[in-house]
Ligand binder design. Structure first.
Ligand SMILES: *Cc1c(COP(=O)(O)O)cnc(C)c1O
Length: 406
């Protein structure tokens, strides 16, 4: 498939040729653990890597392969691997890039379990890390050590939506040839393409926008170099073995077709809800890269196609007030995760970031009254009506709550 086709077209056709699969419009589901060899000699050739056929699904599967090729196209990488979860993708990448004695430089906020993984790597394997704001070249240069073998970034950072300037990171990393990894879960390749900005690896929790329907846990890694991805396939993927099941790959292929149109709607809805939230007297502050008053609004415009579907906001009050707000919701679902059709709301201090020590949490800007919203695909007016009544100054007429019980 030509790299020149547009994103929306690649999301549907990329990585798949129906003529090679008996004309099946949709990629077939190869739900098999192993593959037969016509002869013993062919088996020998496949194990020796001299023949292209499949061997065993942990080493490769045709359905999973379509997904890997499609995501590689969409991120403009040379190769990709699919994993059983976002964390399997993150851990495979970090173990690929480090050995005992090395050092990882990280953006200040990382996903809670990535934070847990970094702790584990430090305690069990003596792989050190530093979490830094990475907001200017000089402090970044000072933070890089002799043994730094990986720079690991999330942008926007969950849940405060702080951005990291990727071209700046790449500039400094290249001086020392240190690979840059970006967790692109919050954006998906439709909103941000770190490899085109010079980063080396992209990881995804495909559980979120890429799957998009809340029915699969999956992870993806895309690399700028084919060799690096082949090496990862034969080491941290094959030997640690957190591979994606063919059925889950098939679900992701289904989700990916509508990624651009879903994200357009997520982004439109988020913009409208953010505008209302910002005006509400009980909302102290919003964190949304599309807000013209967002401190990094310009960077968001430069680095991302659109500001995304996530909004965090702080309410006036206490932790209990934040919890009560969630309890008053009728349509919005209290749940972690993001990127689903359903609008999801959560309380980072007691949920996604409960594992982060309080002091560190406060430093990251996660107060007890901060709430994170993953804006879904419902009519935005219904999302806002529910939020508004829960915020305490609702204008609901008595009949409206019933309408929301759909
Ligand atoms: C959810 C998430 C992960 C972990 O992904 P799983 O699929 O849950 O293992 C990693 N990074 C980010 C930014 C996430 O939101």
């Amino acid at each position: 498939m030509s790299q020149h086709r547009r994103f929306e077209t690649q999301a549907i056709h990329g990585g798949y040729n129906s003529n090679e699969q008996m004309g099946s419009l949709v990629p077939p589901l190869f739900q098999t653990s192993t593959f037969t060899f016509p002869t013993a000699e062919e088996g020998e050739r496949r194990f020796a890597g001299e023949s292209d056929g499949y061997v065993y699904t942990r080493l490769g599967n045709p359905t999973v392969k379509v997904l890997e090729e499609k995501i590689a196209f969409l991120e403009q990488g040379e190769g990709a691997l699919a994993f059983a979860s976002g964390m399997a993708a993150v851990s495979a990448t970090l173990f690929h890039l480090t050995k005992t004695g090395d050092h990882i430089l990280c953006s200040e906020g990382v996903y809670g379990c990535t934070f847990g993984l970094l702790q584990l790597m430090k305690e069990k394997h003596h792989i050190a890390h530093d979490l830094m704001p990475l907001d200017n070249e000089d402090s970044m240069r000072a933070a890089i050590q002799e043994n730094t073998t990986c720079i690991y970034i999330e942008t926007p950072i969950n849940p405060t939506m702080k951005l990291v300037d990727l071209p700046m990171i790449v500039r400094v990393a290249k001086e020392r040839n240190i690979p840059v990894v970006v967790d692109n879960t919050f954006c998906s390749p439709y909103l941000q393409q770190p490899l085109t900005l010079g980063c080396d690896f992209v990881v995804h929790s495909a559980t979120k926008y890429i799957g998009g329907h809340g029915d699969v846990i999956a992870g993806l890694v895309v690399g700028r170099s084919k060799e690096a991805m082949q090496e990862m396939a034969m080491t941290t993927m094959k030997d640690i073995g957190g591979v994606l099941s063919p059925f889950d790959a098939w679900l992701l292929l289904r989700g990916l077709k509508t990624l651009p149109i879903r994200l357009d709607r997520h982004c439109d809805n988020a913009e409208k809800v953010a505008t209302e939230l910002k005006k509400h007297p009980n909302v102290k502050r919003i964190y949304y890269p599309g807000d013209p008053e967002f401190p990094q609004y310009e960077l968001a415009q430069k680095q991302m196609r659109k500001p995304g579907g996530l909004i965090s906001f702080e309410i006036d009050g206490t932790k209990e007030d934040a919890q009560q707000l969630l309890n008053r919701l009728r349509l919005l679902k209290i749940a972690v995760s993001l990127g689903d059709a359903e609008t999801l709301i959560q309380h980072p201090a007691t949920m996604t970031h409960a594992v982060v020590p309080e002091k560190q949490r406060k430093k990251m800007g996660i107060s007890d009254t901060l709430i994170r919203l993953s804006v879904g695909l419902e009519a935005w007016e219904d999302i806002w009506t529910d939020l508004e009544q829960a915020l305490g100054a609702g204008k609901l007429s008595p009949t409206e709550p019933d309408r929301l019980q759909i």
